[in-house]
Ligand binder design. Structure first.
Ligand SMILES: Nc1ncnc2c1ncn2[C@@H]1O[C@H](COP(=O)(O)OP(=O)(O)OP(=O)(O)O)[C@@H](O)[C@H]1O
Length: 251
């Protein structure tokens, strides 16, 4: 199989501000690919373009061989691209389990009328969703908080709930925006182990962050600076690259 995701010559401007300049890279299936860069490099803009929250001024996003540049967020999600946010977006009043079941909704095949009348296939689908939510809750060590409203959990745990909900959708590509932001050292370690486990189970991950510790889980890293990719390679190669050191690490 070719690339899961191809970013092709993407440029973007906000009014007079050129934020991305001809950015191209691929995400290989089965990889954890990282995108690093200093504040203001254009990471979030690129991430929003990949996930469909923004349309690039120029260039294309190709997901699973299909040009998806003009497809909306929901269509990309149905095709298997899931994202998380810098600030975790959980349904605050729903329990952890309900959050995960809600995540499963996108995978459902039943229509609105069937759901309204509570037809047997809807009940079956809901039972499947609850079973799957319970499995994932165990995998993410969220058991003790299963029936707690997600909004009452500390930020680190909410991030795990958001990640678990994204995993419920069985994404082909999981895109994570600054997933370690606001986490303690122990929580970052747990996050890294979780990502490695998901990847070992076959999930492809795109990780956008300036956290070099977190980047240790990646097999390929692209460094973005002032809207351009200035280097690509292993994390070790990035740490050794004079251009990255100068632009990103400031040494
Ligand atoms: N909606 C917007 N309108 C105008 N300028 C914007 C907008 N969003 C981002 N920018 C500008 O685009 C540039 C790139 O921002 P972006 O948030 O993509 O960078 P980043 O690498 O994600 O930074 P950070 O690590 O601080 O989140 C910055 O100069 C920012 O001020």
């Amino acid at each position: 199989m070719g690339s899961i995701l191809e970013v092709r010559d993407v440029s973007h401007r906000f009014g007079g501000l050129q934020v991305l300049k001809g950015v191209s890279f691929d995400v290989a299936p089965g990889s954890i690919t990282g995108l690093i860069g200093p504040n203001g490099a254009g990471k979030s803009t690129l991430f929003n373009i990949i996930s469909g929250f923004l349309t690039p001024s120029v260039g294309d996003i190709v997901f699973l061989g299909q040009t998806t540049t003009d497809r909306g967020i929901a269509a990309r999600s149905r095709a298997g691209l899931q994202r998380t946010f810098q600030t975790p977006q959980v349904f605050r009043d729903l329990t952890v389990r309900e959050n995960l079941v809600a995540g499963c909704h996108m995978r459902g095949r039943t229509g609105v009328l069937e759901a309204f009348f509570g037809l047997p296939n809807v009940r079956r689908e809901m039972a499947d969703a609850r079973r799957r939510a319970d499995e994932i809750i165990e995998r993410f060590d969220l058991g003790p908080w299963r029936e707690i409203p997600a909004g009452e959990l500390p930020a680190g745990r909410q991030r795990m709930v958001e990640l678990a909900r994204a995993v419920m959708c069985e994404p082909k590509l999981l895109c994570l925006d600054e997933p370690s932001s606001g986490l303690s050292t122990t929580e970052v370690q747990t996050l890294m182990e979780t990502l490695e486990r998901l990847n070992a189970d076959g999930m492809t991950v795109l990780l956008v962050s300036h956290d070099m510790k977190l980047m240790e889980v990646t097999s390929m890293v692209h460094a973005l600076c002032f809207g351009e990719i200035i280097a690509s390679g292993s994390l070790h190669a990035m740490r050794e690259s004079p251009r990255v050191r100068e632009a990103y690490l400031g040494t």
